[in-house]
Design a protein around this ligand. Sequence first.
Ligand SMILES: [Zn+2]
Length: 379
Amino acid sequence: MDPVLISQELIRCQSITPQNEGALEVVEKYLKQLGFVCERFDFEGIVNLYAHRGSGRPHLCFAGHTDVVPLGEASLWKHQPFQGEIKDGQLWGRGAADMKCAIAAFISALSDVEVEGALSLLITGDEEGEALHGTQRVLPILAQRGMIPDLCLIGEPTSLNVVGDTLKIGRRGSIVGHLTCYGVQGHIAYPQNTDNPIPRMIQCLKALCSYEFDAGTDIFEPTRLEITSIDVGNNASNIIPQKINARFGIRLNILQKAEELCEVIQSICKTHAAEHELQLTIHGNAFLTKEQEKVSLIQRAVKVATGCLPALSTTGGTTDGRFISAYCPVIECGMREATMHQIDEHVALDDIWKLTEIYTSILKAFYLPEAFSSGREVQ
Ligand SMILES: [Zn+2]
């Protein structure tokens, strides 16, 4: 099966999250041809596909999503975002890098390899949005059925300069905060009758920003808080405002637990913000795949295809790995990250073929580890 043709077919589905627009049907069509049993899990109008073939162990699951982020400034696109245009050796379109071509590459790799054991794909239509009704909801059902795999391979973009140069074996967690400080509005010439919430907010944000959560680990950056917005909305030059809003985001590493971190934030705000309201939304804890043998096996499999041992990393945004890692080890390997979510998103055709080769090698390494570990080249 030609991974470029499948990629084009997927890009032609306008599956802006949480719309499906036929994207999962394309995946399903090819998987059925390859003998997979396809099952749908639909929650609140959001579609998810679980496809499986074979039984027993080993069991590898490929996880991904067919939904894509919106176009952004649509008029700035020089290439049609949903046409699957090929030009200058590149395939253009929304979702090319993140992550329709990876799904196509995996399907194509499947058509090339015979495996013993179980093989499954968990493809959701709800990753780029709130991710409430996707992978997170399917996993408990699979657990109940005893269908949790030995390893989950996620096809998110992970590569830096060359496809296959980097694997993600963990990701940071994320918390979003919204802080409002309240005061008493009044005339700036009569400050004794007012209570200005702005200095308190500045104090509080300074304390939050300078707080050293941790120093990071050998594979994780330090936990960091970034302010994303400060708003007063005060158009008058002689009024002390009644309130001020700020928003911030925290990317936390494996040394932190999101719930405990929230308590730290709450106590800093209590100390500095006086009358305030604080909303903290946890979007996941950090995770790290510690199964060295599995990581090393996948690293070596990638090397067979690329000639280079991939680096291990935990950078970037959150993925469904945060949910899956609670059930089984997770390794992410996909396209180059360069143009994901950008205007004129694209991937090189060569990269699609290279990723197909990488996935083929991973399948062989996973299902024939003896042949692979003994050093014989796995063909
Ligand atoms: Zn993605």
